[in-house]
Ligand binder design. Structure first.
Ligand code: PFF
Length: 450
């Protein structure tokens, strides 16, 4: 067993750490803009369905695999395939996770770097009494500068590496205990503020919750599923890696439910903050990745105490991003430090450095490489995002659910889920055998046929 990262000291810490992994840029930055680009209500309903029907069973499956294997995802899959007399090829799940992790960490760090930069800008008071035109041009100028994006990408990646190098127990555990409740508190505060002051709160809610059939397309469902995987950190072994440090006596199913509910609440609350502000200031909900970096600073800049609240908000976004980034690199770091006899710190530096190099492509795709397309019509950044979230994570999800549903030794499964009543265990297995993989497959097939 890989002990270099230690164990979570309680179930609560595991839930907070996994929620820290789940709650991140995916909720506060990506969810609102992808929802905006995909017509609002239809997207949100498809997303919630994907979380409930596909996401939760797979989250339980990942935690089971992690805790039963008690190693990095690659080694856990090797061990469990052997103990279940299954083909050793199932370790592909772990390898795909490492690749997806590199891709996600690379662009994640670029965007988290934006949050870090905006934290400083907020503190400097650059947004005080700003109007929407100025907020937009400030953002355009910022992402137009390769030097600045690379600088902040480097800064964020360095922070991540410093923490991952120290191991999960020492740095992360303490941080999530304070940061997660703090983030939650501020989000609620801001929702009240948006409701009270924007004058467009209901319009924002309407945009998120009333489905408009004319916006319905196979693509929306496909993207909703990718978002569900991304936001719950599923399909790439991050939750599996965290599950490996979960004490034996803790309940898995109830933990997964708590993590899923917390994550969903944060995404919806973020939408409830951002959309009313968007409508109040005549911004476009479909403004793309810049949505959070234009609408929120604009709002903060024009509210009482906005400089402080805005700084606090971007500080918390940064921390939410850090607690996620750490988990994205955990499968690769855990594997390197257990197999290759590299120290935990050396593994963390190496993984972080490789992801940093890949991230340069994303940083440059907002400026000097913005004409360059890797996939048709997609910049380097868009390609990384699409390939990881919409292809690798769902495909990883199919394999994880098939393995746990069909191949994992039944005794291992039931001993990990001993607290679960038998009807629930049976429904879980049914879901992992048919519903989750079938659903993912159908959504992918629909997209490629349409
Ligand atoms: N769940 C994170 C977010 O919503 O920002 C992103 C993420 C973390 C994706 C960990 C994948 C992962 F393994």
């Amino acid at each position: 067993m890989n002990n270099s990262s230690g164990m979570w000291s309680s179930r609560l810490i595991f839930v907070l750490a996994a929620a820290g992994s789940a709650v991140g840029l995916g909720n506060i930055w990506r969810f609102p803009y992808v929802t905006g680009e995909n017509g609002g209500g239809v997207f949100v309903i498809a997303y919630l369905l994907c979380i409930a029907v596909i996401g939760l069973p797979i989250m339980i499956a990942e935690i089971v695999l992690g805790r039963a294997g008690r190693s990095s995802p690659i080694s856990s899959m090797q061990i469990l395939a052997r103990r279940s007399y299954a083909n050793s090829g199932w370790q592909l799940i772990g390898w795909m996770g490492v690749i997806a992790g590199f891709m996600i960490l690379s662009f994640y760090s670029v965007i988290a770097g934006w949050a870090l930069a905006y934290l400083i800008k907020m503190m400097q008071g650059l947004f005080v009494e700003i109007d929407s035109v100025a907020a937009e041009s400030l953002f355009e100028n910022f992402i137009g500068s390769p030097q600045r994006l690379i600088f902040w990408h480097t800064a964020f990646m360095s922070l991540t590496i410093i923490i991952t190098a120290r191991g999960v127990g020492r740095g992360l555990e303490k941080a999530v205990k304070f940061l997660m409740p703090g983030l939650f508190f501020l989000l609620v505060l801001l929702v009240f503020w948006a409701a009270a002051t924007s004058g467009h709160f209901l319009e924002g809610l309407d945009f998120m919750f009333s489905p408009k059939p004319e916006d319905f397309s196979g693509d929306s469902v496909f993207l909703a599923m990718g978002q569900a995987f991304f936001t719950l950190s599923l399909g790439m072994g991050a939750i599996m890696a965290y599950g490996a440090y979960l004490p034996q006596s803790s309940g898995i199913a109830s933990s997964a439910l708590t993590i899923g509910v917390l994550d969903t609440i944060v995404a919806l609350l973020s939408g409830m903050i951002i959309f009313p502000i968007v409508f109040a200031n005549q911004l476009e909900p479909s403004a793309g990745p810049g949505l959070m970096f234009v609408s929120l600073p604009l709002a903060f800049g024009n509210m009482l105490g906005g400089q402080i609240f805005g700084s606090l908000f971007f500080l918390l976004v940064t921390f939410a991003a850090i607690t996620s980034a750490i988990s994205i690199s955990e499968p690769a770091i855990a594997w390197l430090s257990e197999k290759r006899r590299l120290s935990r710190a050396a593994s963390a530096y190496l993984i972080g450095f490789l992801a940093w190099i890949l991230g340069l492509g994303s940083a440059l795709s907002f400026n000097i490489m913005n004409e360059f397309t890797l996939l048709p019509d997609k910049t380097f950044f868009d390609s990384m995002d699409f390939l990881s979230n919409n292809i690798l994570l769902p495909f990883g999800g199919i394999l994880i659910s098939l393995f746990v549903g069909w191949r994992l030794d039944k005794e291992i499964l039931s001993s990990q889920l001993s607290e679960v009543p038998s009807w629930l265990l049976k429904s879980l297995v049914f879901s992992l055998r048919f519903v989750a993989p079938g659903g993912i497959f159908l959504v992918i097939a629909m997209t490629f046929v349409s």
